[in-house]
Design a protein around this ligand. Structure first.
Ligand SMILES: [Mg+2]
Length: 306
């Protein structure tokens, strides 16, 4: 019989939905405070904790940005092709880009334009590519490769290099994927902490303990912001509120924090008011894709033995 069910399949799908919904609610929540400084946020909102739209992009409440949209490009490409096909992901990015999205990061813009000209699936190494644009779209990769950290590492770097080719981006993508996977698999907090600490041991730029610096789009600043919020809180809402109130690249720190916290705490831990703020069609699609991706993963489809 194909499609073996691991133990706790229900819990796994529940936490996978948490991860993918986490991206969207974190993005929608954080977009309001993107490019603001913490003091400006305090002055304007007290504590920012409702999905109200606005921000520099003047979004409708519940509207998501590139972080969610590029994650969905990857998720849809995997679901449509029935597996990992990098060119299908690149095509999705290109189609999305051609539709004039509200926001596209500079490195993603360059990478997608380059792909449209050359059809090459790996952008050349670039010392300026250490932005967070590849790490922000890791949730679907983590879901689809669940059960194999090796497969995760391969796919993480392949998708990253469609637009970003830098060792810190590569390492961040793999680490974010591992935290999401360990969360979904129900690892204790120490298992997630180990993945974050391994990253910092390999690249001290990511040392995050007590970090209260800027939450910029430099991937190390982004992950230090996310990790310090995640490991100093005990629930989804608290983690996300702490993260997006740091401002700066708040939609992306929100999206990544949402993916990790959603994986760890599960869909039911996401405040209902935040889920309901998302458009109904988006909710439906995220729910379907999350279940589909994990059901396609090595965890549910172990290689035949004997
Ligand atoms: Mg964004």
């Amino acid at each position: 019989m194909r499609g073996h069910d691991p133990r706790d399949a229900v819990g796994i799908v529940h936490r996978a939905r948490g991860a993918l919904f986490g991206v969207a609610v974190g993005d929608a929540l954080g977009a309001t405070t993107e490019f603001m400084k913490p003091a400006q946020i305090r002055e304007r909102f007290g504590v920012h904790k409702e999905i109200t739209g606005g921000g520099w992009l003047k979004l409708a409440p519940g509207q998501v940005t590139d972080d969610t949209e590029m994650s969905l490009c990857i998720a849809r490409a995997i679901a449509d092709r029935g597996g990992w096909e990098l060119s299908a992901i690149a095509e999705r990015f290109a189609r999305w880009f051609s539709g004039n999205p509200a926001d596209v990061g500079a490195t993603c813009r360059r990478g997608i334009r380059e792909y449209l000209e050359t059809r090459r699936l790996e952008t050349p190494p670039n010392e300026w590519d250490a932005g967070n644009g590849a790490a922000m779209r890791m949730a679907p990769v983590a879901l689809y490769t669940l059960g194999s950290e090796r497969f995760l590492s391969r796919c993480a770097v392949e998708q990253a290099r469609l637009t970003h080719n830098h060792p810190l981006s590569d390492a961040a993508c793999v680490a974010v994927g591992m935290l999401i996977q360990r969360g979904i698999l129900g690892s204790p907090r120490s298992g997630l902490l180990a993945a974050a600490e391994d990253l910092a041991a390999a690249h001290p730029e990511f040392l995050f303990e007590g970090y209260d610096g800027e939450a910029t789009g430099f991937v190390a600043d982004t992950l230090r912001t996310v990790f310090s919020a995640f490991f100093s809180t005990d629930g989804f809402e608290e983690c996300l509120v702490r993260t997006v109130n740091r401002g700066d690249d708040a939609d992306t720190t929100g999206a990544i924090a949402g993916a990790i916290a959603g994986a760890r705490y599960g869909f039911a831990a996401i405040p209902r008011r935040w889920v309901l703020a998302l458009p109904a069609g988006l909710r439906e699609e995220i729910s379907t894709l999350a279940a589909k991706l994990v059901r396609m993963s090595p965890l549910f489809n172990p290689p035949a033995t004997g």
